[in-house]
Design a protein around this ligand. Structure first.
Ligand code: SAH
Ligand code: SF4
Ligand code: F3S
Length: 409
């Protein structure tokens, strides 16, 4: 019987794409994917360490695998990703039943790691999981910024851009496999460049591939949202009109201490320019950065109003070992909790309002099931008639319940 692989992924889309990549190597070594832990022979835990909580969840899952491994002989565990990169081989002391530790930076050598541990010889395997209309394509790895709260540059390393030739071949392959939506991935995805080519050029080239209906990308950094970028994407309707643009704070003072490289005013200018091109904008916000005063925090609240975000993911500041901000005295947990609560209350209504704005407007929907799909600006829409999955439907929004748009056709 074919051996089964179970993957538990924590963290961002980059990690999801890395999980896919690791899976594809193991499918070539006789494994088939399963969604049931109890029938698995191999578990990959692909981890995140961006906040302490994320790392903790991965480690406690690993703790539970001790018993899982005992239950049946021949079971194996691979611990991968960013927490694996941070903690390295010392993990094997606390978790001696781990078979392989493969840090996030080692993804390019994952096949040779599998070879060298000798546990996973090649064998005919299962077929890849092809569900979902989105195909993920990694275009760059690492980060050259040095935001003072962030551990990502230290675990993922400096920027490495993949060659456009390779990216286009990957995207074409995903489209042919039945993914009409391509999501380009990178920690600072819009920092991608190549001699004579910009990120905007790449977007346009990917969108022109046969079978590609829509192109998304995550996570962009505000520094690379330039007039040239907007000019280049403006006339290409295949580039989705949604951008996840992490603001982090609404206070220019805190942004400076975070070393984000922009002020509140610069950010608002970019947001206005994006909106003029039809983009809906979601964001990430951190509360309780060590130097954040009540006044700074209130500026984050007013930014939410002024920017008109369609969604905001809010995080309590979490000190990460080795980062500059971790040297600063922390605010009390009580202050962090209070601020998070206030901010969450503010952002709660954003999505509903953003859905409401669509009523009476045209919408272009990429169908993910016969009656449901997503608009270019990333809102869920339900159609009256049934359509082929993966097709693009032009219609008009006639109503919304705050979580779904309803179309005329
Ligand atoms: N590369 C992306 C963000 C990657 S991390 C960017 O620069 O925009 C994802 C999100 O986690 C960040 O946007 C930030 O809001 C949050 N985050 C990162 N480090 C954090 C920390 N130490 N504490 C709390 N939130 C953090
Ligand atoms: Fe972290 Fe900043 Fe790099 Fe984003 S840009 S990954 S927040 S250091
Ligand atoms: Fe987490 Fe690593 Fe992504 S730390 S957010 S999984 S890059």
């Amino acid at each position: 019987m074919m051996k089964k692989l179970f993957i538990q992924t924590y963290g961002c889309q980059m990690n999801l794409a890395d999980s896919e990549e690791m899976a594809s190597h193991l499918l070539g070594r006789g494994y088939a994917l399963t969604e049931k832990l109890e029938e698995a022979d191999l578990v990959i835990v692909n981890t995140c360490t961006v906040r302490d909580h994320a790392e903790h969840r991965a480690l406690s899952f690993l703790g539970r695998l001790r018993q899982w491994k005992r239950e049946k002989p021949g079971r194996h565990i691979i611990f991968a990703g960013c927490a694996a990169q941070r903690l390295g081989e010392k993990l094997k002391k606390t978790f001696p039943y781990l078979d392989l530790v493969s840090g996030a930076r080692e993804i390019a050598h994952f096949a040779s790691l599998l070879d060298s541990c000798g546990l996973f010889p090649s064998a005919p395997g299962g077929s890849p999981d092809q569900r979902g209309i989105t195909g993920y394509v990694t275009i760059m790895r690492g980060c050259d910024f040095a935001c003072t709260y962030c551990i990502v540059p230290s675990v993922r390393g400096p920027v490495h851009c993949l060659p456009s030739k390779e990216i286009l071949a990957n995207a074409a392959c995903k489209a042919q496999e039945g993914h009409p939506e391509i999501m380009l991935l990178g920690q600072t995805v819009n920092a991608w460049k190549e001699a004579g080519k910009t990120f905007a050029d790449l977007l346009n080239e990917v969108s022109a591939l046969p079978g590609v209906e829509r192109v998304r990308f995550v996570s962009p950094h505000p520094a690379f949202i330039t007039p040239q970028f907007l000019e280049a994407v403006k006339n290409n309707p295949k580039i989705a009109r949604h951008i996840h643009l992490p603001a982090q704070s609404g206070s220019s003072k805190v942004l400076k201490e975070m070393k984000r490289g922009y002020t509140r005013e610069m950010l608002l200018e970019k947001i206005a320019a994006l909106k003029a091109c039809g983009f809906a904008i979601s964001t990430d916000l951190i509360v309780g950065f060590p130097t954040e005063t009540e006044e700074d925090f209130s500026q984050t609240l007013t930014l939410v109003e002024q920017a008109g975000f369609s969604a905001a993911y809010c995080f309590k500041y979490s000190p990460r070992q080795g980062t500059p901000a971790a040297q600063m005295p922390l605010l009390s947990e009580k202050v962090l909790e209070e601020r998070l609560d206030i901010l969450l209350n503010r952002v709660r209504g954003l999505a509903e309002a953003a859905y409401g704005v669509h009523i009476g407007r045209p919408a272009e929907i990429l169908m993910e099931s016969p009656n449901k799909g997503r608009t270019s600006d990333n809102f869920w829409a339900q159609t009256k008639k049934s359509y082929t999955i993966g097709s693009v439907v032009q219609s008009e929004v006639i109503d919304s319940d705050g979580t779904l748009l309803f179309t005329r056709d």
